[in-house]
Every structure is written in structure tokens, then in C-alpha cells.
Design a protein around this ligand. Structure first.
Ligand SMILES: *[C@@H]1O[C@H](CO)[C@@H](O)[C@H](O)[C@H]1NC(C)=O
Ligand SMILES: *[C@@H]1O[C@H](CO)[C@@H](O)[C@H](O)[C@H]1NC(C)=O
Ligand SMILES: *[C@@H]1O[C@H](CO)[C@@H](O)[C@H](O)[C@H]1NC(C)=O
Ligand SMILES: *[C@@H]1O[C@H](CO)[C@@H](O)[C@H](O)[C@H]1NC(C)=O
Length: 269
């Protein structure tokens, strides 16, 4: 007959294995960045002035990213001028922002070779350049949607709950000046909690930020109303929701139940 403590040990070993299995459940795995939009309509020529301007622009941005979450600048003179803009999600530290833009810089030249307009999204940032000035212009063409493959059990109810929360956050980001075009929040759903985040590039007007997020909400829910989590990448805005607290500042309960415990360090603005 097995003695009592060893049975306990076996049980706790079993729960540990179960926990590890849950932590590595692929259903919780995030889709893999980078996501991209590359124009190849008028590819630039190798060693051209445009390429030199582009490389000089891209080389300068990671240093800005270590002091600022959002930045736009241009390099060179017309007609070879390059316009660039990056945005880090507001909850990350400057160090993470810097590393993210560094990765985006390497990825954008690798996955969008010779494109005159490109956008790349990494896990916590986006980087965009173009031969045409785009600051302050809303652009929701070709929005990219990515979602978790796991489904919720009650899609209709889930969709309504997500939609209502996202609309509230969109309004806050767009029209509350102190929000700086960024908002996060959570809402209970059955025995779980939905965590959501919205953010616009701050070159937009409040109205355009609202329009971008409205379109984003429609696009993501039209396609993936049944998924337990999703994100939408637009040139002008970003949104994401999950059944775990993926952003810094999510409540304590969410962080301890987060399957990949990706909480960042340091302060955020
Ligand atoms: C571009 O410049 C590099 C280095 O100067 C050179 O090796 C390469 O052949 C050039 N490519 C073209 C297409 O001129
Ligand atoms: C961005 O980087 C450039 C070049 O490194 C620098 O001249 C500029 O002051 C920086 N701007 C900000 C806002 O940090
Ligand atoms: C999730 O639901 C969608 C829509 O009903 C369906 O097309 C898809 O096959 C489902 N996926 C899984 C993994 O059940
Ligand atoms: C950044 O964009 C703003 C418009 O939102 C513009 O006024 C400003 O000149 C741009 N900065 C640079 C360095 O191009």
C-alpha cells in the first residue's frame, strides 16, 4: 500500500504537469509577428538616393525609440525624400520600445525589399515609411487581422461584450485629451475577464483616431467574432483583446493568471 505523503507527491507532480501543459497550450500562443504591408508598385532602385535616405532614416529611429514611444521624421530632399513614423504600444518601457524598433528596422528591409511604402508590426510596435508624406492622414486600407485559433463557447454574447468595451475605449482614446490616443480596460465575461487595448498614431486628429478604431472594431469582429482573442493592425491605429492581461497595468488577478506572464518592467506613460 502506498504511504500517504507519496500519494500527495504524485498528485502535486500531476498538477504541475497539468499546469505546464496548460501554459504551453498552443491555443494560447500568440500569432507570430512580424505582420507587414509592402508596396511593390514602384520598387526603388538598388544604391539609389532613395535607398540611401531610407537607410539613414531607419538607422536613426532606434535611438529615438529609446526616449520616445512615438516619433516621425523625414530624410533627404524631394523627389528622393523618405517619410518615417514609428509607434510603440504605450505600456512598454523605452528599452522594450528601442529593441522593438530595432527588430522592426531589420525586418522591414528584409521582408519588404525595394518597397517605396512599407509598414511592419512587431509584438509591441509598428514602423512605417513612405516616399509620400502621410502624417496626419487617416489610412485604414488593407487592415490586417490576426486571431487566436481557439473559439469561445458563446460567440454572440462574446462579440457584444467585446464590441461594447472596444467602443468605450475608442471613445476615450479619441476624445479624452489626457488619454493621448491610448486606452486599456477589462470587462468580465462568464467566469473570465476580457482585456482590451486601443491606440492611434498621435499625428491623427481625435476624430480620425475615432474613425480608425471604429473601422478596426468592425473589421476584427466581422472576421473573428468567435475567437478568444484577436488583434488588428492598421497604419493609423491598433487594437487587441485577450482573455488574459497582456498589457502592463492590467489588474493583479490578470497578471497571475496570464498564461505567458509577459508583464513588462519599469514605468509607462
Ligand atoms: C551597390 O553598391 C554596392 C557597394 O558599393 C555594390 O557592391 C553593388 O554592386 C551595387 N549594386 C548596383 C546594382 O549597382
Ligand atoms: C531623434 O534622433 C535624431 C538623430 O539621432 C536626433 O537628432 C533627434 O534629436 C532625436 N529626436 C528625439 C525627439 O529624440
Ligand atoms: C470556430 O468557429 C468558426 C465559426 O463558427 C468556425 O469556422 C471554426 O471552424 C471554429 N474553429 C474551431 C477550432 O472550432
Ligand atoms: C511629424 O508630423 C507632424 C504632423 O503630425 C508634422 O507637423 C511634423 O512636421 C512632423 N515632424 C517631422 C520631423 O517631420
Amino acid at each position: 500500500m502506498a504511504n500517504f505523503p507519496s500519494v500527495l507527491k504524485t498528485i502535486s507532480l500531476f498538477s504541475l504537469c497539468l499546469l505546464i501543459t496548460l501554459l504551453f497550450d498552443p491555443a494560447y500562443a500568440d500569432p507570430d509577428p512580424p505582420y507587414k504591408l509592402c508596396s511593390d508598385v514602384r520598387g526603388y532602385v538598388e544604391n539609389s538616393t532613395f535607398q540611401k535616405n531610407l537607410h539613414s532614416l531607419l538607422n536613426s529611429l532606434p535611438s529615438n525609440a529609446s526616449v520616445s514611444k512615438l516619433y516621425n521624421t523625414s530624410t533627404g530632399n524631394e523627389p528622393h525624400r523618405v517619410y518615417g513614423l514609428y509607434m510603440c504600444l504605450n505600456y512598454v518601457t523605452n528599452e522594450i520600445c528601442h529593441n522593438c524598433i530595432n527588430t522592426a528596422h531589420l525586418d522591414i528591409v528584409r521582408i519588404c525589399p525595394s518597397s517605396t511604402e512599407s509598414v511592419v508590426w512587431e509584438e509591441t510596435c509598428q514602423l512605417r515609411y513612405s516616399d509620400v508624406k502621410f502624417y496626419g492622414e487617416l489610412n485604414v486600407a488593407d487592415n490586417i487581422v490576426s486571431a487566436n485559433k481557439k473559439n469561445v463557447s458563446d460567440p454572440k454574447k462574446f462579440e457584444n461584450t467585446v464590441k461594447e468595451k472596444l467602443r468605450e475605449l475608442a471613445k476615450q482614446a479619441a476624445y479624452d485629451a489626457s488619454a493621448k490616443m491610448y486606452a486599456t480596460g477589462d470587462v468580465p465575461f462568464e467566469d473570465k475577464v476580457i482585456y482590451a487595448l486601443v491606440q492611434c498614431t498621435r499625428d491623427l486628429s481625435g476624430d480620425d483616431c475615432g474613425k480608425c478604431l471604429q473601422q478596426a472594431i468592425e473589421d476584427v469582429l466581422r472576421k473573428y467574432y468567435f475567437s478568444i482573442g484577436a488583434r488588428l493592425m492598421s497604419r493609423s491605429c491598433y487594437l487587441r483583446y485577450e482573455l488574459y492581461g497582456f498589457y502592463k497595468g492590467a489588474t493583479e488577478a490578470s497578471i497571475s493568471s496570464s498564461p505567458n506572464n509577459n508583464k513588462g518592467d519599469g514605468e509607462y506613460f
